[in-house]
Ligand binder design. Structure first.
Ligand SMILES: Cc1ncc(COP(=O)(O)O)c(C=O)c1O
Ligand SMILES: [Zn+2]
Length: 558
């Protein structure tokens, strides 16, 4: 299907050549692909249902000629996972994670690599120079290997050595630059110029931005599958087929991802597939947040961060150049925002996502999750909003500083010859954990809430946990099990939490068991005064994201 490349400076339209980076009329480097969307709409309506769920199902809106390239590694088609536990913790139940870790090299850059390297292969390119904060080079390397392209990967010396070794493993030449990422980009560009080699142009690369649109296409289809087709609002317009989320959140460095995703949703809207555009939230690491700083001051051209102060090297673009202005327009038009989080907040979020949702994400993705927490906490994201968060990449080995020192318990087995008996083995196992763990009863009528509290407790220590689904059951269980601590909901059928407490206090055997009240709703002053002196601590469910809850549990068990 035909498409043209339009120059953002002189509006001249020209055919696409993967290797020509400039407008033939004014030499401008900033250009966008334009398609015949009416024609694509007809083809998709008729044919999409018969195509496999991968990136190439949308090939009419991708700048490649061959829709099933031989270099494919199964890119795209990543799952959209509902984050039930995190959603409960945040009081935001429509929370979905686009799990880009499940791409061929475990990051969302696989989309970019698949489309860009395909186009370069079609154009006969055999050597390519690219600067990267790690993931782009890994992903390009994998596809370049299949395409018969030699990659010169310029990376900053801050990129973790496991990532560098992976780049080298694929047969690319790693060039390590001791300097900032912006300097690394300059070195790469100069190297390519001197040797007359093809050079990756970052967010100016048409194929890369276009590839990111497939995230929007997939999300719209997946949300429709999960939530059902949108209901027509009866305004006489043709009903739309697919759903957009209210928010799309991503961690941002150069900004190519959200730029492409936003373009994808716009094309869906123009084709009549979705009603509205999601608000775009672009999250940066506080120590390298040029876009956030500039946006908060209402600037059109970005402030540059010359020496980034963040451990999250993946997001270390200090000079976003014109991408900032382009992305700002998308953010402003969709009532989205730019925001930043500290490295500590990102690492903490990474840990929470792993413990609560079973996803091991990389620090850059942790930035997006920490941004989500911040936007929910600040009331910018509303409890009923549907939110999609791009989980952009996988952590390689879990970062060592994340877990502290006591993350394993060691068994040193006695030498078999010296002590052949089983006794030695059993004694070693006994040292792994004591026989008796503190006993905790969770009384809550919501199974989801009980699971959340159980998960928080079990991910943090050894407890024997009992669960009761209403007040009466809780009381019987407390008398039988003699727990060391009770975590009690207030609004429950059969007998509410207040009555449970009254009963506990009347029985000398249970009167002194500490109670933490965990309540989903704001308590009235009257309710609070009824609890005064009766319980040890009051936790609103939003408090579970803080360490306070665990601190409280530990101090009551000591
Ligand atoms: C895991 C991960 N998250 C986020 C980003 C930021 O991407 P963007 O280029 O869209 O700013 C990158 C960039 O390399 C990345 O690798
Ligand atoms: Zn031009």
């Amino acid at each position: 299907m035909s498409f043209l490349i339009k120059c953002l400076d002189c509006q001249h339209k020209a055919p696409f050549h993967p290797t020509s980076a400039n407008c033939p009329k004014c030499n401008g480097q900033w250009r966008v692909a334009e398609y015949d969307l009416d024609a694509v709409e007809k083809v998709w309506t008729a044919q999409l249902k018969n195509r496999p769920f991968d990136l190439w199902r949308y090939y009419e809106l991708l700048p490649v000629r061959n829709p099933i390239p031989s270099i494919s590694l199964g890119e795209g088609g990543t799952p959209l996972i509902q984050a039930v536990n995190l959603g409960m913790m945040l009081g935001c139940s429509n929370l979905y994670i686009k799990d880009e870790r499940q791409g061929p090299t475990s990051s969302f850059k696989d989309r970019q690599a698949a489309v860009t390297i395909s186009a370069l292969k079609e154009a006969g390119i055999t050597e390519l120079v690219a600067a990267s904060t790690g993931n782009v080079a890994i992903s390009y390397s994998a596809y370049a290997a299949r395409a018969g392209i030699k990659l010169w990967a310029f990376v900053t010396s801050l990129v973790p050595s496991v990532k560098m070794r992976e780049i080298a493993l694929y047969g690319s030449q790693v060039v390590k630059v001791t300097g900032s990422y912006d300097q690394t980009k300059q070195m790469a560009s100069e190297f390519a110029r001197q040797r007359n080699l093809c050079h990756d142009m970052g967010a100016r690369t048409i194929t890369s931005v276009e590839a990111m649109k497939t995230i929007a296409f997939e999300v719209a289809e997946q949300l429709t599958f999960k939530l059902g087709p949108p209901v027509s609002n009866g305004n006489g317009k043709k009903p739309v087929k697919w759903r957009s989320p209210d928010w799309y959140i991503q961690a941002v460095s150069g900004g190519m991802g959200p730029l492409g995703v936003s373009k994808g949703f716009k094309e869906l809207q123009q084709m009549g597939f979705v009603e509205k555009l999601p608000a775009i939230a672009a999250i940066q690491a506080e120590g390298c947040a040029p876009m956030v700083l500039s946006w908060k001051q209402g600037l059109e051209t970005p402030i540059t961060v010359t020496s980034p102060q963040t451990y999250i090297e993946t997001l270390a673009t200090g000079d976003p150049g014109r991408t900032y202005k382009l992305l700002k327009r998308e953010v402003d038009e969709t009532n989205g925002c730019f925001d930043s989080v500290t490295d500590e907040e990102a690492f903490r979020a990474m840990h929470i996502v792993a413990k609560m949702e079973g996803l091991s994400v990389e620090p850059a993705a942790g930035v997006a999750f920490a941004g989500l927490f911040k936007l929910v906490r600040n009331g910018i994201i509303k409890p009923t909003d549907t939110v999609v968060i791009n989980c952009t990449g996988h952590t390689m080995p879990a970062e060592q500083w994340l877990l502290g020192d006591n993350w394993s318990r060691d068994i040193e087995l006695p030498n078999r010859e010296e002590s052949p008996q089983q006794d030695g083995l059993l004694a070693a196992l006994n040292r792994v954990a004591p026989d008796r763990f503190p006993r905790i009863i969770i009384a809550d009528d919501s199974g989801d809430a009980r699971r959340l509290i159980r998960r928080i407790l079990q991910s943090q220590g050894d407890f024997t946990i009992f669960e009761a689904g209403d007040g009466k059951e809780a009381l019987v269980m407390i008398e039988k099990e003699k727990p060391d601590l009770i975590i009690l909901d207030l609004m429950m059928p059969e007998m509410d939490g207040f009555a449970v407490i009254d009963n506990l206090k009347r029985n000398p055997e249970t009167a002194n068991i500490p109670v933490i009240v965990a309540s989903a709703k704001e308590l009235t002053t009257d309710e609070k005064s009824r609890l005064e002196g009766q319980i040890q601590s009051l936790m609103q469910k939003g408090d579970f994201l803080n360490d306070e809850f665990l601190g409280e549990v530990r101090s009551l068990l000591d």
